[in-house]
Design a protein around this ligand. Structure first.
Ligand SMILES: Cc1cc2nc3c(=O)[nH]c(=O)nc-3n(C[C@H](O)[C@H](O)[C@H](O)COP(=O)(O)OP(=O)(O)OC[C@H]3O[C@@H](n4cnc5c(N)ncnc54)[C@H](O)[C@@H]3O)c2cc1C
Length: 443
């Protein structure tokens, strides 16, 4: 069934551009296509598996903030005059003056998510189709050449396009020890608020959180608010939470121009930069968050009302469910001692896998791989293809090894969308040239 507000191409089974996933990455592209519609009208559909377009819906903890300036929204770095800017969203929803008074560059995540939904609603020349989970991609072959890719969706629909842009986000990382646990007892942070909802109303719950990054800290602080009288223990391999290692100097490695520098480096140079910059985005917590968490725990100790506990230098080696409890076998990494703890449920704030999407498996033979088995992605995010493939696949967010740290964040989504769109136009022009050459030869 077709759903979503905008059903421009509801009956179409072939469009110019097909976007898979409606997160910030592909919405930035949808906005770029719509902004340029006057000059070059592309027929484009963007599909989303969820019922609605929202940003990280299950981690919209009310007080959580975006770590990225609103200036790096879906459009502003590309075109500050686009109607799809965060500031225009505030204006259109009557919140501009109040937001200005808040005096921050870092909106609440609920507000940024509302902005993302607003952009999806406001698009009028690009179709946004929710409840469209892409399950497979297949080549469309005409005259011995791959002219389009066809996407199949869980609702039975099929859509073809010569340019397909994959922006379905990253796959949650589930450590092996937790793989056999039932969903109501163990969930990844990407399902956090749904899991909490399922336990709402229960008092005195014991919860374990695994991880040491920003999400682990946020979940740790949030659980007793969401589930009163609960006690929560965060289990982490590191000794304790650490600050994310940012500075204005290191932020320059998130500039759009740095993608060119990084892409041009030899393998060893890329590795060196990646190792240096890693802790600006991974396995660290913002100083503001750490301050709030530490003060909270200090006060609990002072008043003998401990609800939060931190178990550092500890690894979960096994997890199982028995007698109505989750049993966790813990190894103290300093002493090697193994102990057991029990809880009602576990939240895994264990991050995401950085590999390329499994969705490409069926068309893998048509895509060029490097020595490590990864698909080769050009500067403008197009996967290099074997001879005879005229259609294109673009990847948004999966090329950290070659394009750098910005692949996992919002910082340059608007510029990356522009790069992708530029490549789409170049490929379209090339196809047109090729087909007019063919016609000339035939005549
Ligand atoms: C809790 C959290 C907070 C974050 N905060 C920040 C921050 O403050 N600043 C920052 O820069 N980055 C942040 N990030 C990083 C984050 O990766 C980016 O913000 C951003 O969400 C990436 O956008 P995306 O469109 O690539 O992927 P996603 O936002 O993951 O969007 C992918 C979309 O594709 C849909 N989808 C998945 N599979 C399919 C399918 N088969 N068919 C159709 N649709 C599908 C999903 O439902 C989803 O809507 C945060 C990440 C998390 C998890």
């Amino acid at each position: 069934m077709q759903s979503g507000k905008n059903t421009l191409y509801a009956a179409a089974n072939s469009v110019d551009v097909l976007g898979l996933g409606c997160g910030p990455a592909n919405l930035a592209l949808a906005a770029a296509i719509e902004d340029g519609h006057q000059e070059s009208a592309l027929r484009a559909i963007f599909t989303e598996r969820a019922d609605s377009v929202e940003w990280q819906k299950n981690m919209l903890i009310p007080w959580s903030r975006s770590q990225t300036s609103f200036v790096k929204d879906l459009v502003t770095l590309r075109n500050p005059r686009s109607e799809f800017s965060f500031l225009n969203f505030l204006k259109a929803t009557g919140k501009l003056v109040e937001f200005a008074n808040l005096g921050t560059l870092f909106p609440y995540r609920i507000e940024l998510s509302a902005y993302v939904s607003w952009v999806a609603e406001r698009l009028g020349k690009v179709e946004i189709s929710t409840r469209h989970e892409c399950t497979a991609l297949q080549p469309v072959i005409e005259g011995g050449r791959v002219t389009e890719f066809e996407a199949s969706f869980s609702n039975g629909r099929r859509i073809r396009a010569a340019d397909v842009v994959v922006g379905i986000g990253r796959k949650p990382n589930i450590p092996t020890a937790f793989k056999g646990l039932p969903d109501d007892r163990c969930a990844h942070s990407s399902k956090f608020l749904s899991l909490v909802d399922a336990w709402k109303g229960r008092r005195g719950l014991r919860v374990a959180v695994v991880g040491s990054g920003q999400s682990a800290a946020e979940i740790l602080l949030s659980i007793p608010e969401e589930l009163p009288e609960s006690r929560v223990t965060v289990i982490m391999r590191s000794l304790g939470f650490r600050n994310s290692e940012t500075s204005k100097f290191l932020d320059e490695f998130y500039f759009p121009e740095f993608v060119d520098v990084f892409y041009g480096l030899p393998e060893a140079g890329r590795r060196l930069v990646a190792d240096e910059i890693r802790h600006t985005n991974y396995a660290g917590v913002t100083p503001v968050m750490l301050e709030a968490l530490y003060s909270k725990i200090y006060l609990e100790r002072l008043t003998n009302t401990a609800q939060h506990e931190i178990s550092g230098s500890t690894e979960v080696v096994d997890a199982s469910v028995a007698d109505g409890n989750v049993h966790l076998q813990l190894r103290n990494m300093m002493t090697n001692e193994v102990s057991e703890t029990q809880c009602d449920f576990v939240v895994l704030a264990t991050g995401y896998e950085t590999g390329q999407p499994a969705l490409l498996a069926d068309i893998g033979e048509l895509l060029i791989k490097d020595a490590t088995g990864q698909f080769v992605v050009n500067r403008n995010y197009r996967v290099e293809t074997e001879p005879g493939v005229e259609a294109s696949i673009y990847l948004q967010g999966y090329s950290e090894a070659t394009h750098g740290i910005t692949e996992g964040v919002l910082s340059i989504v608007s510029i990356r969308a522009q790069n992708v769109l530029q490549e789409i136009f170049e490929r379209r022009a090339e196809r047109l040239r090729r087909s007019s050459d063919k016609m000339r030869v035939a005549n």
